[in-house]
Design a protein around this ligand. Structure first.
Ligand code: C2E
Ligand code: CA
Ligand code: CA
Length: 566
């Protein structure tokens, strides 16, 4: 009676502690001692090489191929005798074996198997309940793909730390990988998944104990560290090498990052989310407009953001007011200085000043507004070509820029052709410039876009050639008339041998495929001569002329006098 009473008290205490989420081996220690239990454990077999979570740490573990995973619930360190074995199954499959080993000296006849089963059941139930809670906590705080903290966890850790240190001692950063898309596109998405895991595990080691790194999703990370460690961290993150991926064992990738930083003046404080926002703004502006890999947030930056908002807000009214104008940059045959074409390049004449494309194109592109601009410029350009024709001039073909975002506009090819026809022009009056640097998934659409236009007799020019990932591979599948070699290659001429070798192969492949090559950004005689040597005859660049307004372009058509390359 007394024993029963005692056991029931222990059981009550156990249930009470479990209900208060305090359940642990200490809770059932006395019960085990009382019942002469030497050891209690369970083993789990998840099949070979399966991943599962350790219920205590919440960490992912790979189960040993041979051995079952043994999880000890209680161990008195006494020598054990009789072993009781209970099996729990899940979904009809044998899943968990629970074991209980009784003390050696226990009298076998006094063993109440059902009662012991009841005890293992209870302990097992509470343990698994606890492990479930651990898993939930883990899921709440962890980025599933990489196993590193997530945003919620970083938020919590930050708040814990600022109980001890001043917030202005800490810098908060947003990190976005620079060339991660490259791995996804050129290697494979699987390779990208693996790379992000390896990358995350590497960068968590860049920070000290109280500091933290978390993943926001995709190729975005959040970090907070002590100000004094910033330089060291930035140095490490500027180039992280990823190697020995299962899906690309022989390749190695060097990953650099865009970093946006939120810093506070000594003694100041700001809410975590505001700091995160600042770091994000700095990171995005570094990537899009400033083209700087490390940017610290400042009031100046918020002005740029406001300008961006202004651009978006002013865009549609500006389209209605005809504020966007095509300027014309001549394309010249370097052999005889003749005018063979123009490129229409957009200028925004707004409130008495000229705004250059670098200031608004990236923003409109990001906002998805760029197709509207491209079609408006096409329309304006066609109208201006018509005017030349009406004054009995014979203008050369004018190329018009189309951002790759146009590929998402259904049937945009037909809209383009409609606009040309509605302006009373023929398809050989204009040429479409589009960049080849599209993602692999979009390249099919690019090929279709080009085919639809070509089938109707339009000319296509591939802009900024050589800046995409797979330029040379794509050149075969794209049926273009013109290849425009990006200015970055020309800038390196004539000194850089690597550029020359690349140029040589681009030009010779293009010539063999009957495509014309146009070199962009030609500024010097030396560059021009080198291009002529390599077999590229047409140039567009400041050496001949900057983009000019319609009136000046009209003079160029009437009297095409351009310098020779000598
Ligand atoms: P892009 O299509 O590569 O246009 C050529 C750019 O190179 C122009 O810059 C032009 O002024 C510049 N450039 C020409 N010759 C030289 C040279 O000898 N040296 C140097 N350093 N630069 C030269 P811009 O006008 O600033 O235009 C920048 C970009 O904006 C264009 O690059 C194009 O991508 C985009 N853009 C301009 N107009 C439009 C448009 O109507 N639609 C779209 N989608 N994009 C446009
Ligand atoms: Ca262009
Ligand atoms: Ca270009």
């Amino acid at each position: 009676m007394q024993i029963k009473q005692q056991i029931s008290e222990y059981l009550q205490q156990l249930i009470h502690e479990a209900a208060n989420e305090k359940f642990d081996p200490a809770s059932y220690k006395y019960l085990c001692e009382h019942l002469h239990i030497a050891k209690m454990y369970y083993t789990v077999n998840f099949g070979s090489k399966d991943r599962y979570r350790d219920y205590r740490t919440g960490k992912l573990v790979v189960a040993n191929e041979e051995e079952d995973q043994k999880i000890i619930l209680y161990d008195s360190a006494q020598e054990s005798g009789e072993k009781l074995d209970y099996v729990y199954d899940m979904n009809g499959q044998e899943y968990v074996h629970a074991y209980m080993e009784l003390c050696k000296d226990i009298d076998n006849s006094s063993i109440d198997y059902d009662f012991y089963r009841f005890i293992t059941d209870t302990v097992y139930l509470f343990t698994s309940h606890k492990s479930m809670r651990h898993m939930l906590e883990y899921a709440e705080n962890t980025d599933f793909t990489t196993g590193i903290p997530n945003m919620a966890c970083i938020n919590r850790k930050y708040h814990q730390l600022i109980q001890k240190v001043s917030p202005s001692d800490l810098v908060l950063m947003r990190v976005n990988l620079q060339n991660f898309k490259y791995i996804n596109e050129v290697a494979s998405p699987k390779c990208g998944d693996e790379a992000i895991v390896q990358y995350a595990r590497k960068i968590v080691k860049f920070v000290d104990e109280d500091e933290a790194v978390g993943r926001l999703g995709g190729d975005n990370f959040i970090v907070f560290i002590f100000k004094k460690n910033l330089d060291g961290f930035l140095k490490k993150i500027s180039g992280v090498t990823i190697t020995q991926l299962e899906s690309a064992p022989k390749q190695s990738f060097e990953i650099s990052a865009w970093v946006g930083i939120s810093e506070l003046e000594e003694g100041r404080d700001k809410p975590f989310l505001e700091r995160f926002n600042e770091a994000s703004v700095a990171c995005v502006l570094g990537k899009t407009i400033l083209k700087k890999s490390v940017v610290t947030y400042s009031e100046e930056l918020s002005k740029i953001v406001n300008q961006g908002h202004d651009i978006i807000a002013n865009f549609r009214p500006a389209i209605r007011n005809n504020e966007f104008h095509p300027y014309f940059q001549p394309k010249i045959d370097m052999r005889d200085g003749s005018l063979v074409g123009f490129e229409a390049i957009c200028r925004w004449l707004h409130a008495g000043r000229v705004i250059y494309p670098d200031q608004f194109i990236p923003i409109l592109d990001k906002e998805g507004l760029i197709p509207e601009l491209d079609l408006a410029i096409l329309d304006r350009t066609c109208a201006l070509i018509k005017k030349w024709k009406e004054s009995c001039l014979d203008p050369p073909t004018v190329s018009i820029n189309f951002s790759k975002k146009n590929l998402f506009v259904p049937k945009v090819e037909y809209t383009i052709m409609e606009i040309i026809k509605n302006n009373g022009l023929t398809f050989d009056d204009v040429e479409i410039e589009i960049t080849e640097s599209v993602r692999e998934a979009e390249s099919e659409r690019l090929i279709e876009f080009i085919r639809n236009l070509k089938d109707n007799g339009m000319r296509i020019s591939i802009d900024d050639f050589g800046t995409g990932y797979s330029s040379l591979a794509l050149i075969h599948s794209i049926d273009a008339d013109v290849i425009k070699i990006d200015k970055s290659f020309i800038r390196q001429l004539p000194d850089d041998t690597k550029s020359r070798v690349l140029l040589e192969s681009i030009i010779s492949i293009a010539n063999r495929l009957n495509m014309t090559t146009v070199a962009e950004g030609v500024e010097t005689v030396e560059q021009g001569k080198e291009l002529l040597n390599l077999g590229c005859n047409i140039a567009q660049g400041y050496y001949y002329s900057r983009p000019v307004d319609w009136e000046t372009a009209t003079k160029m058509i009437k009297n095409p006098v351009f310098k020779l390359m000598e």
